[in-house]
Design a protein around this ligand. Sequence first.
Ligand code: DGL
Length: 260
Amino acid sequence: MTEDFKGYIGVFDSGVGGISVLKDCTALLPNENFVFFGDSAHAPYGERTVEEVQQLTMNMIRPMVERGLKAVVIACNTATSAAINLLRETFTEIPVIGVEPALKPATEDDRNEHIMVIATPVTLKLEKFQKLERTYGKDADVTAVPCPGLAGRIEKGCLDAPDLKELMQELLGPYRGKVDSVVLGCTHYPFVRRQIREALGDVRFYDGGEGTARELKRKLEEYGLRSDSAGEGEVVFLSSKETAEEIALYRTFYRMDTRE
Ligand code: DGL
């Protein structure tokens, strides 16, 4: 077995979306080595069956853990919702960190009266989100809207393409002016904040990236796994779509601004 990623932190998503979480992780932990791996050959996950998402996620994570990762971040709401328990039961030696829609901070912000949650159909239908909504949404006005097709369009990398704009209008247009805040419950969506505002009007955004990075830091400290290197860490990109173009696309997403 090769251990070529020994001591690296793995960050995984179905495709480019998890790069929004990776950016928060590298900003908080600049001296760590990261390897981002996306399953772009099988993306999007959000309209597949739960069993398929579990299988694909396991297929991606197992070989990377065998290559020596010290921790893994499931930077995908869909894969976290479908597979986090299975992953934690399987890979007991390392911390496995998941993501979840940032509904808690959105409901705790007094400025928000009408909160919208957008995510993939799988994320919204599974127990993880249902529980989150029962817990934090019970005294708030929360509208959860599945966005089939949106992650797939973002995956192509053309964020101002007319078909993406059209889909956005179709999915979000009916809520224009009716919501004041949006929880980005899919890690692909922070890349299209501007386009979401164009469809919905002026809204506040909440995403789970920074919270996930803080949770990663806490777990590394708890397990005694923080790097003591003084220099800047490395960031490696891998994809199941094994082309130079795909890796170049990942790098382009890594350079994009996802904050306001
Ligand atoms: N980025 C993912 C998420 O957070 C998955 C999108 C997809 O593959 O459908 O849900």
